[in-house]
Design a protein around this ligand. Structure first.
Ligand SMILES: C[S@@+](CC[C@H](N)C(=O)[O-])C[C@H]1O[C@@H](n2cnc3c(N)ncnc32)[C@H](O)[C@@H]1O
Length: 216
């Protein structure tokens, strides 16, 4: 199994009910069911073809009544009191729009593919708590956020941009991610750019350099 999926699974825990929104293959639901972490799992996807993959993988559990499938957009068809909701592999703005249309889950694991800052801002502006928030590497860099519907997390501007745990723990993956981003921006700065865009890129490179030097 890919490291990304293994890492997501390691963040899941025993619950009375679990929903895997945008489940596609259904590997994380399989982890919950095969390890006896939940006996009330919903696999959900907006695509019939994706859902079929998870239904096939989990047919044994569907027959046993431990897993049901839901063809739907976002949180449609997912009970608001589901104890743990996973949304992984979608853009951060797509996750925000799913939450706006639906609800903030009691407990969540979100793994946005981009726009993590906007997802952090939405979660904290809506009263959620963020308990884990870090970057990891599996052929490319990913962010993951875990938390609860209600919390008292307050982030600084740098924490919104980089994630609290990254700034505190300074993992090798996070520091390598910053260095890679700065390398890409340095290449951009060699080309022709409007003055405002150049200034914006320079400012974010400086912020990353400060974090890399441990000055944040
Ligand atoms: C890249 S796959 C990620 C699959 C799995 N969650 C993972 O992390 O490996 C994204 C899945 O989300 C589904 N999806 C995209 N937008 C969705 C939405 N608004 N509601 C439900 N599912 C959605 C897609 O059909 C696809 O199966």
């Amino acid at each position: 199994m890919k490291k990304r999926i293994e890492l997501l699974c390691s963040l899941l825990f025993p619950v009375s009910s679990f929903a895997d929104v945008g489940c596609d293959h259904g590997y994380c639901s399989e982890y919950m069911l095969s390890n006896g972490l939940c006996e009330d799992v919903i696999i959900s996807d907006v695509s019939r073809g994706s859902l079929k993959k998870a239904e096939t993988l989990l047919s044994r559990y569907v027959k046993e009544g431990k897993c049901r499938s839901n063809l739907g957009d976002g949180l449609r068809g997912i009970p608001k009191e589901t104890e743990l909701v996973l949304i992984a592999g979608m853009g951060g703005m797509e996750i925000v729009s799913i939450l706006k249309e639906g609800f903030l889950p009691k407990n969540f694991v979100f793994q946005p593919m981009k726009n993590t800052k906007e997802l952090r801002q939405f979660l904290l502006a809506n009263g959620a708590g963020i308990e884990r928030d870090f970057t990891f590497f599996d052929e490319k860099y990913y962010d993951v956020l875990c938390g609860t519907r209600k919390g008292d997390t307050i982030y600084s501007p740098l924490e919104y941009e980089f994630g609290r745990e990254n700034l505190r723990e300074r993992s090798a993956d996070f520091l390598a991610f910053l260095a890679e981003k700065n390398k890409r921006d340095a290449a951009l700065l060699k080309g022709e750019l409007p003055a405002a865009a150049r200034e914006e890129i320079c400012a974010r490179v400086r912020r990353r350099e400060e974090v890399l030097r441990g000055c944040s």
